[in-house]
Design a protein around this ligand. Structure first.
Ligand SMILES: Nc1nc2c(ncn2[C@@H]2O[C@H](COP(=O)(O)OP(=O)(O)O)[C@@H](O)[C@H]2O)c(=O)[nH]1
Ligand SMILES: [Mg+2]
Length: 443
């Protein structure tokens, strides 16, 4: 913790401006060494000539900002250099800093980790920093910002307050004799445990909305060989992501493209055509396609319109609540046809000409919006949160049925602790490395 760390906070590669951030007890010294004039006023940008005092060499003109701790992002002294974004400029600033004792390059996520350790952020806000940096779509950004602002921490802290109140009642039952406590205290307490358990159970059972927004909604394109799955993927992504060919069994691997739909991140996957085959590699491809279809949030089941009314049975099995039936190659059909498969919603398109694609995508977008919208509580965004909340529910289940108040108290404490681990209010040393590993250097 006592090292002074530095890193490029802005993106890599040549850019107009590069931001180099230094945090720690020697930030002040770094500032004096590289820019000789007096330390600038806190939090005000000052234009300075950067020069390496030891070598006497000029490095660059830069804006310098001084954030004395504890009122800084990490809680430590921070200095930021906003220099010209060239590789040589950055390297020379780095080499000037690295010459100073106990200054070293930051590890991934180390700035944010220090902010957490200095109680500037709770753990969910710290995670949200990584999400804000990684956000590619509006909804990812919106979710990350809410979490950064403490939406999850507030919710979980609120539950912790409730649990503490319940625990206080349990402690009363331990400390006082039966005559001294109201008759219904035990019942009221059980009722309260049941209520909060129900709230948390419903909260977890949300269809993984937050995780889906954060990592992407998964759509699988499936169907027989040659119906135009790869063509559709290419048309949607606007590039030749998958090989299109008249030869059946061309696609074997799963090919994924990332797109945005209505502000949501969507991962569309093209798969091997579903059929019985002797080819070992292709049949592995079919197996993967089936697995992918099962795991997907939504399936586009593609049929060849020119075969209608013959409908592939293997594909038909995938038509359910979470699938859209698509008839492709309508450009070849001369007279209009009304496609129908037992009342399932159907789109007719041409992956070749693009006909019908807009309405298919609009419909898909609507479905995704319906699945991923949330009203009241901000959704959890990570498996880590989910696991902790599952532990809370489990402990509350035991507390609810406990025969002795001592045992109830123990489980209530466990539940409280599991909640506190999400926000990092209790000792979480063991998970920190894993959490901050996901960050990039400079965050
Ligand atoms: N006329 C026409 N041909 C198509 C259409 N979509 C795909 N094809 C053709 O059908 C063949 C198989 O396409 P492909 O995308 O590889 O099908 P996949 O096996 O389902 O991935 C190729 O020759 C494509 O050019 C379409 O909408 N109209
Ligand atoms: Mg294909």
């Amino acid at each position: 913790m006592n090292d002074t760390i530095y890193a490029l906070a802005s993106g890599h590669g040549t850019a107009g401006v590069a931001v180099i951030r230094v945090s720690g007890p020697r930030a002040n010294y770094v500032l004096l060494k590289i820019s000789s004039e007096p330390i600038p006023k806190p939090r005000l940008a000052s234009l300075r000539r950067l020069r390496d005092i030891e070598t006497g060499r000029d490095i660059d003109d830069a804006l310098v900002i001084w954030f004395p701790g504890p009122a800084s992002f990490t809680g430590e002294d921070i200095v930021e250099f906003h220099a010209h974004g060239g590789t040589a400029v950055i390297n020379e600033i780095f080499s000037a800093i690295s010459g100073i004792e106990s200054c070293r390059m930051a590890n991934p996520g180390e700035f944010t980790r220090r902010a957490f350790e200095n109680r500037k952020l709770d753990l969910t806000s710290a995670e949200a920093v990584a999400d804000l940096v990684a956000a590619e779509t509006t909804e990812q950004r919106r979710l990350a910002l809410a979490q950064y602002d403490g939406a999850l921490a507030n919710l979980y802290d609120g539950w912790r307050t409730k649990l503490t109140e319940i625990l206080a009642n349990t402690e009363v039952m331990i400390d006082f004799s039966d005559e001294e406590i109201p008759d219904d205290l035990n019942l009221t307490n059980k009722h309260n445990i049941l209520c909060i358990k129900k709230i948390i159970t419903q909260y977890i059972d949300d269809g993984r909305i937050g995780e889906r927004i954060r990592t992407g909604f998964r759509v699988a394109i499936i169907g027989e060989p040659n119906v135009g799955k790869s063509s559709l993927l290419n048309k949607i992504s606007g590039r030749e992501a998958a090989i299109v060919s008249k030869t059946k069994g061309t696609t074997r691997d799963i090919i994924e493209v990332h797109i945005q739909l209505g502000g949501y991140a969507v991962i569309i996957a093209d798969t091997a055509g579903l059929r019985e085959t002797q080819d070992e590699v292709e049949s592995e491809g079919v197996r993967r396609a089936q697995k992918l279809a099962e795991d997907a949030d939504m399936k586009l089941v593609i049929f060849d319109a020119t075969n209608f009314p013959n409908i592939d049975d293997m594909s038909k099995r995938y038509l359910d609540r979470n699938s859209i039936a698509v008839f492709n190659k309508v450009d070849i059909i001369k007279k209009p046809v009304r496609f129908e498969i037992n009342a399932h919603e159907i789109f007719s398109i041409s992956a070749l000409t693009g006909e019908g694609l807009d309405s298919l995508l609009a419909f898909l977008q609507e479905k995704i919006q319906m699945r991923l919208q949330y009203a009241e509580n901000p959704p959890l965004t990570r498996a880590r949160h989910r696991e902790a909340l599952e532990a809370v529910v489990e402990a509350l289940g035991r507390a609810e049925n406990a025969v002795l108040p001592e045992l109830q108290a123990e489980d209530l404490r466990l539940a409280n602790r599991a909640l506190a681990r999400i926000t990092g209010r209790v000792d979480v040393e063991d998970v920190l490395d894993v959490i901050f590993m996901d960050f990039c250097i400079g965050k």
